[in-house]
Design a protein. Sequence first.
Length: 154
Amino acid sequence: MIVKKNRINIVIGADHRGFLHKEYLKQHLILDNCSITWHDVGAKNSERSDYPVYAKQVVEIMRAEGPAELGIMICGSGIGMAIVANRYSGIYAAVAWNTAVARFAAEHDKVNVLSIPADFVSQEEMVLIVHAWLAADFLGGRYQKRIDMIDKIE
C-alpha cells in the first residue's frame, strides 16, 4: 500500500494492555517512500496504567498543531481511548479491528486518530490495519457534509 506523503508524523500512545503492540508497530510499520517520525507519549512499560492519560496526551499533541497530524492509540478494546479522543473538537477517532474498517474510517469519516483493540487483533494484523488507514484518502463530498454536521454538535 502506498502513502502519498514522503514524511509523516504520528503521535502514539498506549496503556499497559497496548504497550507491546505499540512497541511492535513502531518497529514494523514500514511505508514505501515515506519516513515516519514517532512521538511516543507512553506507556513506557507493561505495568498497569490508565488509558485516559495517554489518549489525552495523543490528542493534545495533535491539537497543538505541532509535531503530529495523525494519532494512533492502543488499549485493550480501543473503545475507551476513542471515547476520550472524541471529546475534543477537530479530532475524529475510530476503533478499527480490520483493514476494511480502517480504510472506511479514513475515506468516509476523516478519521485522524486510529484506536486499535490490542486484545482483539494480533500485532501483525495491526500493522496491516494501520497501512490500510494511512493509504486511504478522505473522499469529501457527501462525507464532508456529514463531518460538517458533526462539527456543529455542541
